[in-house]
Design a binder for this molecule. Structure first.
Ligand SMILES: *[C@@H]1O[C@H](CO)[C@@H](O)[C@H](O)[C@H]1NC(C)=O
Ligand SMILES: *[C@@H]1O[C@H](CO)[C@@H](O)[C@H](O)[C@H]1NC(C)=O
Ligand SMILES: *[C@@H]1O[C@H](CO)[C@@H](O)[C@H](O)[C@H]1NC(C)=O
Ligand SMILES: *[C@@H]1O[C@H](CO)[C@@H](O)[C@H](O)[C@H]1NC(C)=O
Ligand SMILES: *[C@@H]1O[C@H](CO)[C@@H](O)[C@H](O)[C@H]1NC(C)=O
Ligand SMILES: *[C@@H]1O[C@H](CO)[C@@H](O)[C@H](O)[C@H]1NC(C)=O
Length: 664
């Protein structure tokens, strides 16, 4: 018999003698696969699963490995620069990824790891903060439980001494530091053992202030931002966090997600109780639920702020990633204008009297202190009654998914037509990144999951992710490496013009017979079509290219399988023999291949086999095989071998085979 050409062995190969199941077990195996595929397909969520997956191989230079394991990393990247700083264990790495050149790497050791420490972990200097300052890079770390900072200028390190509040005592603490000019805000404890209750503080700038210990219950801080308004006295600080739900009803979720507001000009109060506390604190619940299906996503994981091109702060979009107790996710989008309105207009929760004047949460001009009465009402009723709901007419999540998403960045970009798209990059708990595009269909948005990117050479959890909208790159770090991933990975789409447009990737279009990036070609002459349901209809060739015919000769009564890679997870793949469909694999089929078993090759099995992928109205032939009969002599030889294989061995091989078929 003629073996398939070596390069194609993976696509269609005769079963090795040991791997060919005997007919009855073959049937059982087929049944198992079908049941399993049906169960997977029944879970639905088609559009929210990535359409294709891609491993980012890049140039070898797009990945750089650390010289030691880095269990905690922080990234610092300046927009438009080709370099990234990574804070690790006692080190700052500096990586430069210049276009078309080799990556350069420098490391600078930071801090001494002497100090008094019991266990080894405590002696380390975990770098937890990197921040650009006019005189260089501010580097802060745990420094053997003596949080300290250094200034890094041209590879020389200058110690700034112990700096409480800039870095935690150990790296996995709930720490957030926000810089704004001379001002520094922080959630990091200043004392190692007392003052365990987390607070949001102003540690540099005007007088030091902190939040009352009663206004948050066990908060987990997510993100903080400063919003500058028309009048500087009105500038707000917003921060996002989760906390224990005060509602102890057994039906209620354990945690709630919040946004809090503070006035940047807050001076503290007049009474001894209020003097060093924020007097303008209010918090509101962030709702992310789909009331029609009763799905509630209560745990905020990450927030990304996308300013509006108009420059109006009210139109800044707040993308929140939420999860539920089963680790399913939803993305909800809010606007800063809506958040501001809730704080300015809502009554206070569980407070039924008339509000004092000025009302709680109001920022006062000319450094006026907040009257004690206003402080007392706000301090005892810090939550507003109204809740912050997602934007849009239905006030529901943008989408939800069975993936456990953790971090989000959003790129506002213009496709070749000039139309604006929001592209979301979401990290999963499996160390991959999903790229999704928000499409507007009439009133509401829908989201199309374009691809799953595996950014690392060595799969691992993503510790940090930064987006550079100027250079159109993502920088991601794991405990092993840092990778630069381009946003326009157009070479990932096969299938000619049809395959290129079906991807609906706003960075890619069909240009001069290839799927090309809008950034590397003349936009006006490229073919792009993103919104429509049937983008491939725009292609000059009305039908996609046919798959090349591959032939294989088989021995009579032998076993064989044909394997068709399921490139698009949104398509149904079918194996057709003559006119009949012999195997069908629905989206959600977790095996990466659609496999057709031929248990007994007789004259009925001769002929042409086509693997077809159907996605909406897009029908593509992915494979075409012709199975031919072979001369008798070899056939009986092979048959002889297959038949003497004892059944007990088959039973042993079967689970391995099922696993290898089911493996992603
Ligand atoms: C990059 O590095 C490789 C191997 O270290 C070397 O052969 C090559 O010339 C370098 N290329 C550039 C552009 O420096
Ligand atoms: C750092 O390096 C730059 C360019 O190499 C130089 O212009 C600058 O003076 C250096 N700064 C210090 C403080 O040495
Ligand atoms: C969620 O609530 C539980 C129970 O109150 C608490 O143990 C946990 O720390 C909370 N988690 C967050 C992130 O707030
Ligand atoms: C959800 O994810 C967290 C962290 O990734 C994990 O500790 C937890 O066990 C998961 N919960 C479920 C129900 O899978
Ligand atoms: C294959 O089919 C032939 C004829 O239909 C039959 O004689 C033979 O036993 C079958 N072989 C197996 C392994 O089932
Ligand atoms: C398919 O066609 C081939 C020849 O074209 C024929 O030998 C075979 O019997 C057909 N099989 C079926 C199941 O119709």
């Amino acid at each position: 018999m003629t073996p398939p050409p070596p390069g194609r062995a993976a696509l269609g190969a005769p079963c090795a003698r040991v791997l060919c199941p005997p007919a009855r077990l073959g049937l059982l195996l087929r049944l198992l696969l079908l049941l399993w595929a049906a169960a997977a397909a029944a879970q639905g969520h088609q559009r929210n699963e990535p359409r294709i997956s891609a491993v980012w191989k890049g140039r070898g230079q797009d990945h750089v490995r650390f010289d030691q394991i880095e269990p905690h990393t922080v990234l610092f990247h300046e927009l438009g620069s080709s370099s990234v700083y990574v804070g690790g264990r006692g080190k700052v790495y500096f990586f430069d990824f210049p276009e078309g050149k080799n990556t350069t790497l420098r490391t600078v050791n930071i801090g001494s790891t002497k100090g008094s420490c019991q266990d080894k972990k405590d002696c380390e200097n975990y770098i937890t903060l990197l921040e650009k300052q006019d005189k260089g890079l501010l580097v802060c770390g745990t420094n053997a439980r003596h949080p300290s900072c250094w200034r890094l200028v041209n590879d020389t390190v200058e110690s700034l001494g112990e700096k409480r509040g800039y870095a935690p005592f150990s790296p996995d603490e709930n720490s957030l530091v926000l810089f704004h000019g001379r001002e520094v805000y922080s959630t990091i404890r200043k004392q190692e053992y007392n003052g365990k209750i987390p607070r949001f503080r102003r540690i540099e700038g005007e007088s030091e202030l902190y939040t009352s210990d009663t206004v948050m219950q066990n908060p987990q801080f997510i993100k903080a931002t400063i919003v500058q308004q028309d009048q500087p006295y009105n500038d707000r600080i917003y921060y996002f966090f989760r906390e224990d739900n005060p509602d102890k009803n057994p039906e209620a979720p354990l945690n709630v997600s919040r946004v809090a507001q503070l006035c940047r000009g807050d001076q503290g109060g007049e009474s001894s109780l209020s003097v060093s506390k924020w007097n303008t604190f209010l918090k509101a619940m962030l709702v992310c639920s789909d009331t029609s299906t009763n799905r509630i996503f209560n745990r905020l994981q990450d927030v990304f702020l996308l300013p509006d091109p108009s420059g109006d702060w009210k139109d800044t979009k707040v993308y929140g990633v939420f999860s539920n107790p089963w680790n399913y996710s939803a993305i909800c989008v809010y606007s800063l204008g809506d958040i501001d309105k809730v704080f300015r207009t809502s009554s206070l929760k569980d407070y039924n009297m008339a509000l004092p004047s000025p009302r709680p949460g109001k920022c006062l001009p000319n450094h006026q202190p907040i009257p004690t009465e206003t402080f007392q009402v706000a301090d005892s009723h810090p939550e507003v009654a109204q809740r912050v709901e997602p934007t849009g007419p239905r006030k529901t999540p943008l989408f939800h998914s069975k993936n456990h998403y953790q971090k989000v960045v959003v790129h506002r970009m213009q496709a070749s037509s000039g139309e604006t798209f929001h592209v979301l990059y979401l990290t999963t708990d499996r160390g991959t990144i999903h790229k999704l595009v928000e499409l507007r269909e009439q009133e509401h948005s829908l989201v199309f999951n374009i691809m799953e990117i595996q950014p690392f050479h060595r799969p691992a959890a993503i510790q940090a992710m930064v987006l550079d909208t100027d250079r159109r790159k993502l920088y991601v770090s794991s405990q092993w490496e840092v990778t630069q991933v381009p946003l326009d990975m157009c070479e990932s789409y096969s299938g000619g013009c049809h395959g290129c447009l079906m991807a609906r990737d706003p960075y890619c279009g069909w240009y001069q017979d290839r799927c090309a990036s809008i950034y590397s070609t003349q936009r006006s002459s490229m073919l792009q079509s993103i919104n429509p349901a049937e983008p491939h209809k725009q292609c000059p060739n009305p039908k996609p290219d046919e798959a090349p015919l591959q032939k294989v000769s088989l021995a009579r009564n032998s076993r064989y399988y044909l394997s068709c890679p399921m490139e698009s997870r949104h398509a149904t793949y079918s194996w057709r023999h003559n006119k009949t469909v012999e195997q069908s694999c629905e989206p959600g089929h977790q095996s990466p291949n659609c496999i057709l078993f031929i248990e007994n090759f007789t004259s009925r099995q001769h002929g042409h086999y086509h693997c077809e992928a159907l996605e909406g109205s897009y029908l593509r032939e992915a494979q075409h095989w012709e199975l031919l009969p072979e001369d008798g002599a070899t056939a009986s030889h092979l048959l002889g071998h297959a038949q003497i294989l004892p059944h007990s061995l088959w039973l042993g091989v079967l689970p391995t085979l099922v696993l290898s078929l089911l493996a992603h």
